[in-house]
Design a protein around this ligand. Structure first.
Ligand SMILES: Nc1ncnc2c1ncn2[C@@H]1O[C@H](COP(=O)(O)OP(=O)(O)O)[C@@H](O)[C@H]1O
Ligand SMILES: [Mg+2]
Length: 264
């Protein structure tokens, strides 16, 4: 079992879309998936067809502030092999409420580890959808994860933000989670007609080499329509370019995992 955070402190780069569709494609291949929505906006929650206006003791917030245990809060989605811990706006209060707690970066990890060890839960992957910031919630995700998946929108300031993110990751590795790895960088919202897209791609590949997935996610309106129907695009329109790209990405991801597995 592996815990992967989908992270980028910029908003609107395709984190939630990547979580939903990677989770969906993996679950279609009989992998057991738990998505944790760690963004107070709750977009992964609604995008997977659940409500983000529920009582907060039924959400990740209830877990993090100690009201409920993880097993009480995991919900089934209407998709096979795909479970979800939902989020709602109350989660945004956690940072202030835990201000006096010196170990607060570890709150998520200290809930997750015993649950995974003791409950008999048999997830293959836990995917954490991070908020668009480098705040406490994101640090909790970094501390709890085995690896990181970074969606990179192919636009002008994308790489600038990435430098800052890489510095944060290095700091976390030194101080809080030495085994943290970068799973890969996924180029998103790629526009073939726009020269900038190919420039950002070239720079990203030059700098991050084979950490950048070969698969590129195109800009595709079907991807932005699917969440309002509460389903992954793979269900909404499985033949559109966005779906094809997320299926290709998932194949590449699984190949990568198989290689890591056989090397270990
Ligand atoms: N490849 C894409 N093409 C078109 N729209 C996209 C694509 N990826 C994401 N979107 C849309 O862009 C918006 C931001 O994406 P989202 O995944 O929510 O980003 P983040 O979670 O990083 O804030 C959403 O409305 C989403 O539906
Ligand atoms: Mg999001």
């Amino acid at each position: 079992m592996k815990i992967i955070s989908v992270i980028n402190q910029k908003g609107g780069v395709g984190k939630t879309t990547t979580v939903i569709n990677l989770a969906s494609a993996l679950s279609q291949q009989s992998k057991k998936i738990l998505v944790i929505d760690l963004d107070p906006q709750g977009n992964a929650t609604t995008g997977l067809g659940l409500s983000n206006v529920e009582q907060s003791d039924q959400t990740i917030y209830g877990i993090l502030n100690g009201i409920v245990s993880i097993s009480e809060v995991i919900k089934k989605t209407k998709f096979k092999n795909l479970d979800l811990i939902t989020s709602n706006v109350d989660l945004s209060g956690l940072e202030v409420e835990t201000a006096g707690d010196n170990d607060r970066a570890f709150i998520l990890k200290t809930k997750l580890t015993p649950y995974l060890n003791d409950s008999g839960a048999s997830y293959d992957y836990i995917l954490i959808d991070c908020p668009p910031s480098l705040s406490l919630l994101t640090v909790m995700a970094l501390v709890s994860s085995n690896s990181l998946l970074v969606p990179l929108q192919t636009e002008f300031f994308a790489l600038e933000g990435l430098t800052q993110l890489m510095k944060t990751i290095e700091r976390i590795k030194v101080n809080l989670n030495p085994k943290l790895e970068i799973q890969g960088i996924l180029l998103t919202m790629y526009d073939r007609r726009n020269k900038l897209s190919s420039q950002v791609e070239e720079e990203a590949r030059n700098y991050f080499k084979d950490k950048v997935y070969q698969t590129v996610i195109p800009r595709n309106v079907r991807l932005s329509e699917a969440p309002s129907h509460g389903v992954p695009v793979l269900i909404y329109d499985k033949n559109c370019p966005g779906s094809k790209s997320y299926y290709n990405f998932t194949d590449e991801f699984i190949n990568q995992e198989n290689k890591i597995g056989s090397a270990a």
